[in-house]
Design a protein around this ligand. Structure first.
Ligand SMILES: Nc1ncnc2c1ncn2[C@@H]1O[C@H](COP(=O)(O)OP(=O)(O)OP(=O)(O)O)[C@@H](O)[C@H]1O
Length: 195
């Protein structure tokens, strides 16, 4: 990584994990002098600093992290945090959806109006949302006539069960009643047990 005076970087921080900084002296081959965003002057080994996007001050973060110039750990965490602070709990990295558990109900995020909006909308056209992924999967199933899979992964308490329920809720909404089955999709979904 080429470092020069004024380069924006990330350095590790014992309290915050990562903190933004700017290079103020890059004359040494081994170390760089930096000033952190909180105004503290620090010295770091060149190999310990990671590049930071120059447009990182963009309000609200990016909806798709493919747009980040540097897809490194601090850049990803910082982007997710900024979105989370605005209650934007969903973020794409390409066609992968990242959900940050809000641990609280976010009004209107999952109501009928929201489901209606995502119905038939191409992935990426609207803000990142679990309904967009469910809709893409549903469309692919209908168009290709093949079963589809959605992988919901995360650590314990991350929100996998809630996310799965939301996917089922959306599929119930768009799916209606299966032919030859007297039960509504909603009834069938309610019979699904979550592990
Ligand atoms: N999208 C969401 N909106 C609001 N609250 C949520 C959301 N997702 C998760 N939660 C909250 O987080 C709690 C834990 O989520 P959940 O049970 O889905 O996690 P999990 O990944 O299935 O956990 P485990 O692997 O331990 O079973 C939920 O009971 C709920 O309170």
């Amino acid at each position: 990584m080429i470092l020069q005076n004024g380069s924006k970087v990330w350095i590790q921080d014992k309290d915050l994990a990562w903190i933004g900084a700017e290079v103020i002296d890059s004359s040494s081959n081994r170390i760089v002098n930096l000033v952190t965003v909180s105004g503290k002057k620090v010295v770091a080994s060149r190999e310990d600093v990671l590049p930071r996007d120059v447009d990182e001050d963009e309000h609200g973060g990016v909806e798709d992290m493919i747009r980040l110039t540097y897809l490194n750990e601090p850049g990803v965490l910082y982007n997710l945090r900024r979105r989370y602070e605005l209650n934007d709990i969903y973020t794409y990295t390409g066609s992968i959806l990242i959900a940050v558990n809000p641990f609280t109900k976010i009004p209107h995020l999952y109501d009928t109006h929201m489901m209606e909006q995502y119905k038939g909308a191409p992935l990426g056209e609207l803000s990142p949302h679990v309904f967009a992924v469910a809709d893409a999967s549903y469309r692919a199933m209908m168009n290709e006539g093949k079963s589809q899979s959605i992988l919901v992964s995360g650590e314990s308490g991350a929100g996998k069960t809630e996310t799965t329920k939301l996917i089922m809720q959306y599929l119930t909404y768009v799916g209606g009643r299966a032919s030859g089955d007297d039960r509504t999709v909603e009834q069938q979904v309610l019979e699904v047990s979550y592990s």
